[in-house]
Design a protein around this ligand. Structure first.
Ligand code: HMH
Length: 230
């Protein structure tokens, strides 16, 4: 493995990423047929997810070797806390006002949210800034890719357009570009065995992104927290 860049990692697991792009949750968002209940479940779980995601960045900063790595992770953390979390909360209010039913998404972390956040947290406690940057990349890259793809086909001014407009915007695009440049700089110092490990970690986080959409699409909650339809 001669170089380790975000773009290289992204291309290293095409099967997983194809299933992200083909996901029924996202296809139904594009056609406007995704049920509001499912979107509500997604937003409730994603809010719980983002709180842990932000803390994973804070842990990565605490375990960083250099102050520029601290600043990189601080920038990513700022975006989650200042933009993505408040936007999720506003969208959740909108979707509730539109009549979305509670399918148990608000009652606690569903198994997949727990699996994903536990993976991020364990990675941060065990590793350093590079480990954290590797596992947060699939999240950051996939939302940009998904939003850019959907925005081409989605009906304008829908609830789902409101969700994706942040991820297609220049602010997010520039943040992602910066994140990828920072990652390449840090990863250039990793030896081959570490690169192999990071590649696996990237693939795991990518699989968990697919699993997250699966969970939201099926409103999959622990049996005692689930609210059956009807
Ligand atoms: C699960 C998940 N991955 C990535 C993002 C983008 O920040 C998000 N909001 N949620």
């Amino acid at each position: 493995m001669s170089e380790l860049t975000a773009e290289w990692l992204r291309k290293s697991c095409p099967q997983i990423w194809d299933s992200l792009h083909d996901h029924p949750f996202l296809r139904e968002m594009a056609t406007g047929t995704l049920s509001l209940d499912r979107f509500r479940f997604y937003l409730e779980q994603d809010t719980m997810y983002l709180r842990e995601y932000a803390k994973c960045m804070a842990l990565g900063a605490a375990r960083a070797a250099r102050v520029d790595e601290v600043a990189w992770l601080r920038d990513s953390l700022d975006n989650i806390v200042d933009n993505e979390l408040p936007r999720n909360e506003q969208l959740l209010q909108r979707v509730i006002d539109l009549g979305a039913a509670d399918r148990g998404g608000s009652r606690g972390m569903a198994p997949t949210t727990l699996a994903y956040t536990s993976f991020l947290t364990a990675t941060a406690y065990r590793g350093d800034a590079l480990d954290v940057m590797t596992v947060i990349l699939p999240c950051a890259i996939s939302y940009r890719e998904i939003a850019l793809e959907l925005v081409e086909v989605i009906a304008p001014d829908s609830l789902y357009t409101a969700w994706m407009e942040f991820f297609v915007g220049d602010f997010y695009g520039e943040r992602l570009r910066q994140m990828q440049a920072n990652f390449a700089e840090l990863a250039a110092r990793a030896d081959d065995s570490r690169r192999g490990f990071l590649r696996e970690q990237f693939a795991t986080a990518s699989r968990l992104e697919v699993a997250f959409w699966d969970m939201a699409y099926g409103c999959r909650q622990w049996p005692d927290l689930a609210v059956p339809v009807g």
